[in-house]
Each structure stands twice: as C-alpha cells, then as structure tokens.
Design a protein around this ligand. Structure first.
Ligand code: NAD
Length: 699
C-alpha cells in the first residue's frame, strides 16, 4: 500500500496502489502530495502523471478509514486536490479503469485527463445520501456542461471512455495494454506554457437555456424520482451554484451541504443499506474459502415469465444457457419474449443490435432432458405445483452430471420436499428470483436441510455476475420477503375495512417512500395469486383473522391490470391506476354488511401499521434463523420490494424509530376498535431488544 514514484524521462509517474479499490486514505494522500513535491524539486521533471493499478484508478475515499482519526488527518482530500491543481508543472490523470467519487474529483483537478477504453467515471455519492464534497459538483459542470454533470451527479451512474471523450471530460482515449500512450501524450505537453484549470472555466448551460427554467425543470424531475430522498435535490442546488456563482463560492456551498448531508439520518440509512448489501453475501457459519463449483453452462426448465427472465440474466452475464420446455410453441414464445425485451433495451440506446443477437445466441432450447447433461446449474421455473416440480427433479436427477447444482424457483413450496425427489439432495437449493427476473436485483437463496455448503457458496457467488443481490434464507412458507409481505398486505386490508380508502393507503405508503402503493402492486402482480393463498390459509389457519374484502374484488372477476380492473380501473393499454367508484361502493357495502363503522384514519397510522407489521414478522424470521441478520431482511426489502433506501429497510427503520416506541405503538394498535389483537403480539425478539436496549443484530 503506497504511492510509487518513478521518473521516465521528463515524466514523473505517481502510481496509487491501495487494494482493493485504491481508496484515497491518508497514506495515499500523503504519497500524492509527496510525489508532487519531489516532481517540483526535480528540474528534469516536466510533466506529472497520476495513475492507478490494474483496472482501478481510484474508487474514491477509503471506507475502511471512515470514523477513524486518519479520516480527518492532513492532508485532506481537498488539500491534495488544491495541491494538484496549483502545481506549476502540468498534471495528467491517466485513468486506467474505475474512477469514482473522490477519484474523479482528484482527476478533475488535474490539468489533463486521458483514459483507457475500459474506464468508467462517475460520482456515486448520491447513492449513500451525499453529494461529491471535494469540488466535484463545481468542476464537473465546468468540464462537461451543466446538463450531463447534473445527470451524472444526480443519478450517481458512471459513464464510459467514449462518452467521456465526447463530453470533453477526457482529452484522449489511450490504449489499455501499454503505458506508452500516456507517455506520448505527456511528451506532447512538454514546453506548453499554459495549462487549463477547470476552476477558471465557466460552467455552461445547454445552448439557449436560461438558468431559471433549466433548474426549475430539473428540480421538478428530480423531486419526482427521489421519492423523498434529499441528496438528489441538493445535487441540483450544487450544480446551480456552479453555473451561477464564482468557483470559490460554489465550493463553499458544496462543502456546507456535504457536511449537512453526512450528518443526516438519510445518509446514515443509505450507508447502512450499502454495508448491509455487502454483509448479505457472507454466510454465517460458512468458513471463508469454502470451495465453490465452476459455473460455465446453465440450464433453465420452464420458459414462462420467470424462466425467460432467468435465462436472460445468464445470457447477460455471458453464460450460455439451454432452456427446456414441454412444447415447441412455449419455446418459441419464450424466445420471442427475450428478443422483445432486449430489443426494447436496444431501442433506448442501452444495447446495440449486435449485442441483442449475441445474447440471443447464448440461449439454446430443447425438449429433451438429455440435453441438460452438461449444465453446471439447472434452475427449474415450471408451474407452482409440488407434483409437477418433483417430477422435473426426478428427471434432472436422472440426466444431470455429477456435481451439477439443481435449483428451484418456487415461491411457496417446501424446498426440502423438492430435494427429496432426487438422490442428491445436497446439490439442491432454492433460487427465488423476483419478477421481472432480468431486472429485479433480489435473489433469495434458499438453503434446504441437506444443501451442501459449497452448493450454497457457489450460488451466493454466482449472484455477482448475474447482477443480483443474494440473500440467504431458510425454508419456510414465503421465505423472507413474501412471508413478511403477507402481514403488510393484511394490515393494508384491515385499514381499508376500518375506514381508509384504497387510494389513501397507497398515497400514504408512497408518501413514506415506497415505490408503489400496495393496492397498485396487487393489481400489477394479479390479485388471483393472493386469493389462492388466502383460500389455503383459511383451511390451514382457521384461527387467524383475514380481511375478506379482497376476496369480493376477485370474485367480481377483477384480477388487476390484466383484466383492466382490480383495486383500480385501467384504461385500455394504460397502466395508470384510476380511482374506481365501484370499489368505493363495494367497500362501503362490505362495511355495512359486517357492521363496521368507518372511522377517519390518519396517514401516520397507515404507515406505522403497515411498516411495523413488516418489522414484527421480520423479527420472528430472524429469531427462527430463517434470516441470518436483520440487515439481510433490510436488503430483501430494499432490493425486491421497493422499500425506500433512504429509510434503510424495515428493520433499520424500526430500530431508528426506537424499538420501545414500536412495541408501544403495536400495543396501541391492538387496543383500537375492531383490531386483531393477536396480530399485534410483539415478536419475542423484538420485545426483548426493546426491553434490553440491544440491537437486533447484537443478540
Ligand atoms: P409461467 O406459467 O409463466 O411459466 C411456467 C412455464 O413452465 C410455462 O411456460 C410452462 O409451459 C412450463 N412448464 C410447465 N411444466 C413443465 C414441465 N414439466 N417441463 C417443462 N416446462 C414446463 O409461470 P412463472 O410465473 O414463470 O412461474 C414459474 C415459477 O416461478 C413458479 O414456481 C412460481 O411460483 C415462481 N415464481 C414466480 C414469480 C412471478 O412473479 N411470476 C416470482 C417468483 C417466483
């Protein structure tokens, strides 16, 4: 871990080497400043190059340094950046790959930037509730104009070398396999007298735009997308300052907003979410270095909604996949769907026509089980029927090669019973993808009783190339996410019965930050799914109270968007929920019939009842060991259920609210007129932690 200094002719090369991401910790900051001094004092040096190692330039701040004395020790990143910009000898950022956050801010202070073709440059601070705090919001608009800068800073998404060159963020693309391109560029600068400094430039608006209109429109757009998160709006303020104010003033404003955001609850929650996602990849009790199996070929059984999305995920990862179906028509339908999806992505400019074809070419199809014999993993996604799935697994047991992993995408069935259909239950586990499977990031990895550690470890690792966030779950009805969801849905239906309206409940939940209201979600997924589950529950759990209002809706043939009517009505071909007076009448009639006197319910009660219902069931799931950590449960909700990231997830939210206060609120809800008191029994773990002041994950 150091900054290497090497002089090559008239060029001094400072190479930042701090694995894994070349984080700019104290040693790196000192190294860069030391290298600049040494270059200044060496008359032979005419040009300075800052670069990284392997495929990483710098990932920005070193998160391992957070909250340690080294974080605040001098030189700070801002001082390093000032020193770079003030250097009398020109400095080139030779961006050799990932260049993020503070790494890009450092590059923006350099007088020139060159990048290898694989480079990726971005300011992702917004994703942890911050904004770039080392001049990024002031220099980037000066480099690429306000429009692109705003897009990059507000979304946190990086751009590649080509786009960076076009936008003027870099001066040249240099070959990635040799350093000669950088040295040649450096040599061209020798003898040049003046060098550009972004702080001296002006930040530009798009041609013809006036600042007032431009930033008002940006603010409106960002506010809509932010779902209550503050930092994206602060990013807009900062870029506006870059356009309207002198550099020094803009930087002061950026700094002040950065400090405010660092201390905010939202940023704390987002950092929790960031670390929670990393923690989820680790399986408690599975030793580091548990061997994993190679996954070079995949197979999918069933090419319907889920099978199609799963096959696309493999192809997107460059893993060849073979799909088995029961008929040729189903295979053709599945292929057509994959093509349509990819072509839609290409139409948005996010893929080339050639990529569409090469991904399609990675998907082969068959009607014969024997053709699955070379697959390293098979994922079953046929109808949700135990007998059908067991039959598929018997076939897989017959044909799959030894050591192949056999996975089921079941949402509700017992993975142990599916595994028992084979003679190799150690190779069987659940991979619960979410719909649409090629888009949704969550993957619940369901560990059955006999699942071998290396099988589990392999699938957890496979999540990465598939671009999924894997969370381990034990076997239970609904696993982590859907088991909790049932409680959330039940509460929303109780609230409807008691006096809230469909749209009030949905609005309260989106006001809290949920991506969608629960009734709109039901319409999207199809109300028949919940109906079938409830019919089963009435028999399995006759003592549990279920709100029956939802059954009435389904029994009218209102199954959601697919029938044009559900909790809302939909215009033909549209997905926007419209309030339907028929539902209002239905609800009113239902209340009258069942003797419920509706009462006015405030949004706060709606949100608390729905969200605490999640947390309470989450605590049971944690206590039973179905989930390994409370933070894993948060990850499930953040990546699979549209829970607002800036609230950290249902468990984090409950803890931030205060577990004793959550318990108190649940007691209050239990005492409301017509309440289902049994529902509000505190999970023992929640009650214990509330009483002892311990955190859920510190048991
Ligand atoms: P689907 O009806 O869209 O697709 C099922 C496909 O399996 C059909 O194309 C059918 O032809 C095929 N099939 C049925 N029996 C077969 C057999 N014996 N051999 C080969 N192919 C066979 O269903 P789906 O929504 O894709 O669900 C598949 C699985 O994924 C189910 O277990 C479901 O519970 C689970 N799941 C669904 C969702 C969702 O939102 N749809 C989410 C998570 C998990």
């Amino acid at each position: 871990m150091k900054v290497y200094f090497e002089r090559r002719g008239e060029v001094a090369v400072l190479q930042v080497d701090n694995p894994p991401v070349n984080g700019l910790n104290l040693a790196m900051r000192r190294g860069i400043v030391g290298g600049l001094q040494r270059s200044r004092n060496d008359p032979k040096v005419k040009v300075i190059v800052i670069t990284g190692t392997d495929r990483i330039y710098s990932g920005g701040a070193d998160i391992r340094e957070f909250n340690t004395p080294a974080q605040t020790a001098e030189p700070h990143l801002l001082q390093v950046i000032d020193a770079v910009e003030a250097s009398s000898k020109p400095v080139i950022a030779a961006i050799n790959g990932v260049c993020m956050g503070g790494g890009l801010e450092l590059s923006l202070a350099c007088h020139y930037r060159v990048a290898t073709p694989n480079a990726s440059m971005g300011l992702p601070e917004v994703k942890i509730g911050l904004l770039p705090g080392a001049g990024g919001t002031q220099r980037l608009p000066r480099a690429v104009g306000a429009e692109l800068a705003l897009q990059m800073i507000v979304s946190g998404e990086p751009i590649g070398a080509e786009a960076a060159l076009k936008a003027g963020l870099i001066d040249r693309i240099v070959p990635g396999d040799s350093f000669q391109g950088v040295l040649d560029f450096a040599q061209e600068l020798v003898g040049r007298r003046t060098h550009p400094r972004l702080r001296a430039a002006r930040a530009l608006l798009p041609r013809g735009a006036d600042a007032e209109t431009f930033f008002n429109a940006a603010r409106a757009r960002v506010a809509r997308q932010a779902r209550g998160q503050i930092s994206p709006l602060k990013c807009v303020d900062a870029v506006e300052a870059a356009v309207r104010l002198p550099f020094e003033e803009g930087t002061r404003i950026e700094r002040a907003m950065f400090l405010e955001l660092v201390a905010s609850d939202q940023s704390k929650a987002l950092r929790h979410a960031f670390f929670a996602e990393r923690a989820a990849a680790r399986i408690a009790g599975l030793p580091e270095g548990t061997p994993t199996r190679r996954i070079e070929r995949a197979a999918v059984v069933g090419f319907g909604t889920m099978g199609g999305g799963i096959a696309m995920s493999f192809a997107n990862a460059g893993i060849p996949v073979i799909v088995l179906e029961s008929s040729l028509e189903a295979l053709e339908r599945g292929m057509a769907l994959c093509r349509r999806n990819w072509e839609a992505t290409a139409a948005k400019g996010r893929m080339t026509a050639q990529q569409v074809e090469s991904r399609l070419a990675l998907i082969r199809w068959t009607l014969r089980y024997e053709d699955l014999a070379s697959a390293d993993i098979v994922i079953e996604a046929v109808f949700e029927d135990l007998a059908v799935k067991q039959k598929v697994f018997r076939e897989l047991d017959r044909v799959a090669k030894p050591g192949a992993i056999l996975a089921t995408n079941t949402s509700t069935l017992d993975v142990n019973r599916i595994a028992a259909a084979t003679r190799r239950p150690a190779d069987v586990l659940g991979t619960h993808f979410f719909s649409p499977a090629n888009v949704m990031r969550l993957l619940e990895v369901v560990r059955a009783d006999a699942t071998a550690p290396e099988v589990l470890a392999t699938v957890m690792k496979l999540a990465r190339p598939l671009k999924k966030v894997a969370v381990a779950s034990g076997v239970c009805d609904g696993f982590i996410g859907n088991r909790m969801l049932e409680h959330y849905v039940r509460q929303s239906l109780f609230l409807l019965e008691e006096g809230a309206s469909v749209q009030q409940i949905d609005k309260a939940l989106t006001g809290f930050g949920m991506a969608m209201g629960i009734f709109a979600v039901g319409d999207l997924a199809g109300l028949d799914i919940g109906y079938a589950i409830r019919q089963r529950r009435y028999k399995e759990k006759p003592d549990v109270r279920y709100p029956r209002i939802a059954d009435r809706v389904v029994e009218l043939g209102r199954l959601g968007q697919k029938t044009g009517k559900g909790w809302y009505r939909y215009e033909a071909g549209e997905r926007t929920p419209q309030v339907d007076p028929e539902i209002e009448q239905l609800v009113a009639a239902y209340r009258q019939e069942t003797g419920i006197t509706p009462r006015a319910i405030v949004d706060e009660e709606i949100v608390q009842r729905c969200v605490f219902a999640l947390a309470n069931e989450g605590a049971r799931i944690l206590q039973e060991g179905i989930a390994q950590r409370a933070s894993d449960i948060d990850v499930v909700y953040l990546t699979g259920y549209g829970f607002p990231a800036w609230r950290g997830g249902p468990m984090y939210h409950a803890e931030s609210f205060g577990l004793p206060k959550v318990v108190e609120a649940m007691q209050r809800f239990a005492a409301l007129p017509g309440a289902d008191a049994a529902f509000w029994q505190s999970a023992p773990l929640l009650a214990q932690c509330a009483a002892s002041g311990r955190r859920l994950d510190a048991r």
